[in-house]
Design a protein around this ligand. Sequence first.
Ligand code: URA
Length: 210
Amino acid sequence: MNENVHVLNHPLLQHKLTILRNENTSTKDFRELVSEIAMLMTYEATRDLPLEEVTVKTPVDTGTFQTLSGKKMAIVPILRAGLGMVDGVLKMIPAARVGHIGLYRDPATLKPVKYYCKMPADIASRDVLIVDPMLATGGSASAAITFMKEYGCKHIKLMDVLAAPEGIERIQQEHPDVEIYVAAVDSHLNDHGYIVPGLGDAGDRIFGTK
Ligand code: URA
């Protein structure tokens, strides 16, 4: 790992993540917690947003204060599980646009194929935050980053609740320019591509489709 990887081990995040991991956590609680975790993680993932000064007249006096300089952002969930993080991010960045990307793995080539993609028209000029709860092999995340670069996006971050070392390594190798934000890095991937100990299938647990 290097300085591009931010493991956000805040006590609130760790507490909520432990509840997510529990197999007895209900769909309702799981969904709410993924959203809350995404909101808290966004706080850290936006730490470098530029500020500018504005003059404000308070009821008491006039002063110079800081405000966001208006950098345009887009959240890009990787379908389907990434959708579970969108609400939480939007609570922190309500003006962000949302682009969607859906990928599947071609059984013959094993390469990720884009089956759905809808981006804001001005996506190339926006800072992009790709969200997906699980960074497992890194295949989908790496492909999503490549697609966003093909759209002309220059500033891309990746935010996942949980990662496997294999996924982090892949993103670092294929996209060393991308900052990665995770709440925890687990031990490894099992033979089925699940993160161990992980939390199971995030999409199924968010949408109750198991
Ligand atoms: N996707 C999931 O939902 N869970 C994993 O453990 C790995 C990938």
